[in-house]
Design a protein around this ligand. Structure first.
Ligand SMILES: Nc1ncnc2c1ncn2[C@@H]1O[C@H](COP(=O)(O)OP(=O)(O)OP(=O)(O)O)[C@@H](O)[C@H]1O
Ligand SMILES: [Zn+2]
Length: 743
């Protein structure tokens, strides 16, 4: 029987030896060819009296590429895994028939060795390359013991368990990848294309190599390309991590997903929109699924910690208790299962989110969301609809309403701020026309400056005016007071040093938002606040209306981020929901960031989760899905540990066989898998709250001592009653630590 184990090793060694020698031979051949090439090049160069140019340096400025794992064709990988799964079934079959036809024994061995080949490669890699005995090594040892003890069928079954788990995980991953890619493609993406000297807005996918796109302040560069005109400061943080903006001008390369902070450039496109979309999707898939969840990390750590001692223990046990008991003992190791289950659980929940119109770009975000206790909302464009309405236009002597509106529209040109959209719409509705301006300067959080023949035009906030040394006339000041008291936003229009008019904008709060806030409280969110760049008046009004705990107004973009980090320093876990350029930094700092489809591209690029319907309605569902994921991950971990305990008993107390131990693993593995893949529907509101509270209580019971989880659970259960009482008196005034406007 030891003969069979020997045969396995001998064959593997033979195959590997053959491969290595082939590799060496190929290497030599390559060297020889390279030498010949260089030799010929030198001869030619000498003949032409020029020195051959050095080989081209690889570009260092390249955008990040998808890791190796994603460049493997998933179709082929799946086919390969399925092939080995089928082969292990065949092996089991042959070994089974061997009982009737003993001559089939050697055939079974050949089939076994073939099926074990990829597995042995992993084992070799672990031992030779990583110099570490990992779980693969341990289980391989168990399977060799099984084979050596003459349980051929069981050994085949052991192989099948390994291969089928891998191919099952790959299949689930493929399905989710497709789903996520589909949802991503629905994101509305438009770019400004230069056609015969004028700029037109076209869908991103229509872009072809050689086209010229125009990108101005506050927009994200949609493509890889070369700057052919203009100058811009570009934030490459998303790409290179460097926070210093880079100056780019004619001849420089720029990359997709970087943002223009100031300036305006024409870019010649290098890759078509479809190619760029494809590479974006592959990047997206890397970040959404190519990571390890906390629970997986924990599980892997435990598995790793247990591996060496178990190997040693197995070595000691083998001569004493024999192969069977040792193999059963090894099978009590909970192995790699969490490594398969955790990503599958995450994928499953990302897929459910996608089916409900939420694109989770980073799986970690979904995992972290259930620990969030503080949600910060941006106001304009997030809590209010992405297009307020121009309500009134105030004019100063010498100007007419239409003139003020026309100036404002001229300045707003291609800005994609909700205020800009509202003004442009009003101007269009009034059938005004205005020239296309190229050199407008947008100062985020303040407003826009344009140099016209008649003077310097400024359109923006009151602070923008006073900061530029422009006073507010009394008549306008009175109008501002009234507008703010009813919750409206006022935009100043100034020419040179004088305010010439103002525009009053009426926001419309997204429907059912106060209901949503109440819903989130039921789901365990303790603290909710508005963080807005707008004035105190309208911000307070909305905060009261919606029953927020706090509000921050006149907040500049960097300050939004400070608010997030301050809260985090107090131990809060913060989710930031925003739509604008002014939210991007805060979103980067937040534990979880969410944006809405149709918001500024910088915001949707930074956000880890995008609400594809363009509104907040699905937020409750999202939190629920996150809690569900957390519960599933915990259950997965339990279901991987349970069979281990049972098998440990099997080895020392019940004395059962190897097959029994594998069946225990198989049974629990199947249960865990079914649990992870179980389809689930989103329940109604009351049911959601109950399920989250009970999950948290359950966890608290088990996790006594781990303060963070226990605290979170506390808050959820307390909030149950708390949330109810709050909802009944939601009209009560908010006690508001107000952040004073920065001067
Ligand atoms: N495109 C613009 N046109 C005119 N004024 C602007 C523009 N962008 C910003 N402003 C002025 O600067 C202020 C701050 O703008 P910012 O974009 O930081 O926040 P916001 O849109 O008002 O509110 P929120 O932060 O809630 O989205 C605005 O209230 C407005 O007065
Ligand atoms: Zn906003």
């Amino acid at each position: 029987m030891l003969f069979s184990v020997g045969a396995v090793f001998a064959t593997y060694a033979g195959v590997r030896l053959f491969e290595e020698r082939k590799k060496v031979r190929e290497e030599k051949l390559r060297e020889r060819r390279a030498f010949a090439r260089e030799f010929h090049a030198r001869c030619r160069a000498r003949a032409a009296k020029v020195v051959p140019s050095p080989p081209e340096e690889p570009e260092t400025d390249q955008p990040v590429e998808a890791p190796q794992s994603l460049r493997v064709d998933p179709q082929k990988e799946l086919a390969r895994l399925e092939h080995y799964t089928n082969m292990s079934i065949a092996t089991m079959g042959i070994f089974g028939l061997r009982l009737l036809v003993p001559a089939l024994g050697p055939v079974g061995m050949v089939s076994y060795i073939y099926t074990a080949m990829p597995y042995m490669r992993d084992v070799e890699k672990s031992l030779v390359k990583d110099r570490k005995a990992n779980v693969d090594v341990l289980f391989f040892l168990a399977d060799m013991l099984t084979l050596g003890s003459g349980s051929y069928f069981t050994a085949g079954f052991g192989l099948w368990l390994i291969h089928s788990a891998k191919s099952g995980a790959q299949k689930a991953k493929d399905n989710s990848d497709k789903m996520i890619a589909d949802v991503f493609e629905q994101l509305p993406q438009k770019v400004w294309l230069l056609v015969d000297g004028s700029e037109i807005e076209v869908p991103f996918k229509q872009i072809r190599p050689g086209d010229t796109v125009v990108v101005a302040t506050g927009q994200v560069i949609p493509v890889d390309g070369i700057v052919t005109e203009g100058l811009a400061a570009i934030d490459q943080r998303a790409l290179t991590g460097e926070s210093q903006p880079a100056e780019k001008t004619v001849g420089d390369r720029v990359f997709a997903n970087t943002a223009v902070i100031t300036g305006r450039v024409l870019i010649m496109v290098e890759k078509s929109g479809e190619d760029t979309t494809a590479s974006r999707i592959s990047q997206l898939l890397v970040s959404s699924v190519g990571y390890k969840s906390d629970i997986q990390l924990k599980g892997e750590k435990w598995a790793d910690l247990a591996t060496q001692p178990m190997l040693i223990a197995a070595g000691v046990m083998l001569p004493v208790v024999g192969a069977v008991t040792t193999a059963v003992f090894i099978n009590s190791h909970f192995g790699n299962r969490i490594r398969l289950l955790a990503p599958m659980a995450t994928l499953r929940h990302i897929t459910v989110a996608a089916q409900h119109g939420m694109l989770v770009k980073d799986g970690r975000a979904l995992e972290k969301l259930c620990h969030v206790d503080t949600v910060l909302f941006d106001k304009t464009g997030t809590l209010t609809s992405d297009e307020p309405e121009v309500l009134r236009i105030f004019t100063c002597p010498g100007y007419e309403e239409q003139g003020i509106l026309r100036y404002a529209a001229m300045a707003e040109g291609k800005v994609s701020h909700p205020i800009a959209r509202a003004i442009l719409k009003a101007a269009m509705d009034a059938h005004l026309s205005w020239p296309d301006l190229e050199d407008s300067q947008y100062k985020v959080g303040y407003g826009i400056t344009v140099e016209l023949e008649e003077g310097v035009l400024r359109v923006g906030s009151i602070r923008f005016m006073t900061g530029s040394g422009i006073g507010i006339p009394q008549a306008i000041d009175a109008a501002i007071g009234h507008a703010h008291s009813v919750g409206n936003t006022m935009i100043m229009v100034a020419m040179d040093r004088e305010v010439i008019g103002a525009i009053e904008l009426q926001p419309s709060v997204r429907p059912d938002t106060s209901e949503l806030i109440r819903h989130l409280r039921e789901l365990g969110i303790r603290h909710m606040a508005i963080v807005s760049g707008d004035h105190g008046g309208p911000t307070r009004k909305l905060a009261e209306e919606l029953g927020m705990d706090e509000y921050f107004h006149d907040i500049l973009p960097e300050q939004k981020a400070d608010i997030v980090t301050n809260l985090q320093a107090k131990g809060r876990s913060v989710c930031f929901i925003g739509d604008g350029i002014n939210d991007a930094i805060a979103m980067r700092e937040a534990d979880v960031s969410i944006s809405l489809a149709g918001a500024n591209t910088i915001a949707t690029d930074v956000a880890e989760i995008i609400m594809m319907d363009g509104d907040l309605a699905g937020l409750g569902d999202l939190f629920y899905i996150s809690h569900k994921l957390d519960q599933t991950l915990h259950r997965s971990l339990e279901l991987t540990i349970a069979p281990g305990v049972l098998n440990l008993g099997g080895a020392f107390v019940f004395h059962y066989g190897i097959m029994a131990s594998l069946l225990v693993n198989f049974g629990f593995g199947g249960l865990a898998l079914a649990d992870v893949l179980k389809p689930f529907k989103l329940p109604d509101r009351a049911e959601m709250a109950k399920s989250i509270a009970s999950g948290a209580r359950g966890q608290r019971r088990k996790k006594m001592g781990i303060t963070r989880v226990a605290n979170a659970a506390d808050s959820v259960t307390n909030e149950d009653e708390d949330g109810d009482s709050r909802s009944s008196e939601s009209a009560a005034p908010v006690t508001t630590p107000i952040v004073q406007p920065a001067s």
